[in-house]
Design a protein around this ligand. Structure first.
Ligand code: GLN
Length: 493
């Protein structure tokens, strides 16, 4: 893998870049050119981006440099390049969801997360590839071709935010944003060896995120370390009046808790996901989760096992709830309001022709599944039952959190798999999210922290889960895991 394009934080972390830019030691334009150079050298083999917006990024970088030269205040992310998953609106810049149906559409506004990053001085370098409408676990469902894993170009980067994960792993940008409906930040973070955070439902505004499953979707960061993730969360989080599901009471600063340690914290390994009821979790992944528990115990936490019995039904419930919501959300793509139109002899024929040509197979499969689950006579049996399972999962997690501060599990059942290995078998693909989906159903935060490698030398992420608005304790544990991994790697930083 020595000739792989993986080079996380090739030009420093976001925190390092912003502090050097603010101190006048590096220019925002210089930092941008370094990253554009890497993109130029390796993007053709990785394909992390749907679009790189060099000109806009350069003028923005020059504005930051001018502001610093004139002594003006610049934000916490001054001069930091950021890549944005292409399902978040960027004003005047095509936003495609990696679907043909949005062909030619340019949003008239920025998503709130984009606005907040820009206000903090970050520079958007491009829009990243995803599984069409965020439906998938490998980024192979993109209408624009797959993204490759920078650690091994024959493997998938995970999905659906595979472009954002790969961009950070390849050093194309130190940070990026993804969205997570069933695992789409945490699973690609695990497969690409970067940090990936799914915040509490409502902790980060979704204004300007093109909806997939509205009761599940969250936006979160990919970074190369836990400190950067905390800074991004502090930047993008907090109430937004433009999002009616945005929480009014947040969890407070995360950067300020990073050095608090884990002494006395109670850490629970989820039985079902660590050798219990859920099959298919690879032994090398399990070994790293157990090593993570030992590292936390060595750092002063108490470690135990805890059962979350209904978590085994999470995947089944999700594949009712998420497609049902998707079938409703995607009804707006009708050939009239956005993007592609394929003409027909009357309006109904135009809708059909547009949607037939505009949507790919997986999106059509979800729309059919969701429409069926909501149809008269079946709604209670399918959608209704799934909602009851959801309540059971919430109750089981509540019981677990009565005895534990955080929970641990794998983020992904395996390391990155070969491209094409699961494209013919949707169920095999869906099983990738067996450990991540329960916290989307419960609305609770969870993140993937890189913790060593598997038998194939590829990255493994450990998932840290916490109760609602439990991001502070989750980040303390993540920081401790990162410190333990650095010790193991023999690093001194
Ligand atoms: N892989 C899951 C799906 O295909 C989750 C996707 C996501 O989180 N956006 O639905």
């Amino acid at each position: 893998m020595s000739d792989s394009p993986a080079a996380p934080a090739a030009f420093g972390t976001a925190v390092e870049i912003a502090s050097a830019v603010k101190a006048g030691e590096r220019s925002a334009l210089g930092v941008l050119e370094e990253h554009l150079g890497r993109i130029g050298a390796h993007e053709s083999s990785v394909h992390a981006f749907n679009a790189v917006i060099e000109d806009e990024a350069r003028s923005r970088a020059m504005e930051i440099d001018d502001a610093i030269a004139s002594g003006a205040e610049v934000g916490a992310l001054a001069g930091v390049p950021v890549a944005i998953k292409d399902n978040m609106c960027t004003r005047g810049v095509p936003t495609t969801c990696s679907s043909r149906i949005l062909d030619g559409w340019k949003p008239p506004y920025d998503a709130t997360v984009v606005t907040r990053l820009r206000e903090a001085g970050a520079i958007v370098v491009g829009k990243t590839n995803l599984d069409e409408f965020a439906m998938g676990s490998s980024t192979e469902n993109s209408a624009f071709g797959p993204t490759h894993n920078p650690w091994d170009l024959t493997r998938v980067p995970g999905g659906s935010s595979g472009g954002s994960a790969a961009a950070v792993a390849a050093g194309f940008s130190p940070i990026s944003l993804g969205s997570d409906t069933g695992g789409s930040i945490r699973q690609p973070a695990s497969l690409c060896g970067v940090v990936g955070v799914k915040p509490t439902y409502g902790a980060v505004s979704r204004y300007g995120l093109i909806a997939f499953g509205s009761s599940l979707d969250q936006i979160g960061p990919f970074t190369t370390d836990v400190h950067d993730a905390a800074v991004i969360m502090d930047t993008i989080g907090g109430h937004d009046p433009l999002d009616s599901t945005s929480a009014t009471d947040g969890h407070g600063s995360l950067e300020s808790v990073l050095s608090d340690g884990v002494d006395g914290l109670r850490v629970g390994l989820i039985t079902e996901m660590t050798g219990g009821a859920i099959d298919g979790i690879a032994p090398d992944v399990l070994a790293r989760v157990r090593a993570a528990a030992e590292a936390l115990a060595a750092a002063g936490a108490t470690v135990g096992e805890v059962s979350v019995p209904s978590s085994v039904y999470g995947l089944s419930a999700y594949y009712m709830v998420a497609p049902a919501e998707a079938s409703s959300n995607l009804a707006r793509f009708d050939g009239v309001r956005y993007g592609l139109r394929v003409d027909g002899s009357n309006t109904a024929a135009m809708h059909t022709a547009t949607r037939t040509e505009g949507f790919g197979d997986e999106v059509k499969r979800r729309i059919m599944l969701g429409t069926y689950a909501l149809s008269a006579g079946y709604r209670d049996a399918y959608y209704g039952s799934a909602q009851k399972v959801r309540t059971l999962i919430i109750e089981d997690f509540d019981r677990a959190y009565a005895d534990f501060d955080v929970l641990l599990s794998p983020a992904s059942p395996t390391t990155a798999f070969e491209m094409g290995a699961k494209t013919a078998d949707p169920l095999a693909m869906y099983l990738n999210d067996v450990c991540t989906i329960p916290s989307n159903l419960s609305g609770q935060p969870a993140m993937s922290v890189p913790f060593g490698t598997g038998d194939d030398g590829l990255p493994i992420g450990v998932q840290v889960l916490a109760p609602l608005m439990g991001e502070p304790v989750m980040f303390r544990v993540a920081a401790a895991l990162e410190a333990a991994q650095r010790l193991e790697d023999g690093e001194s930083r």
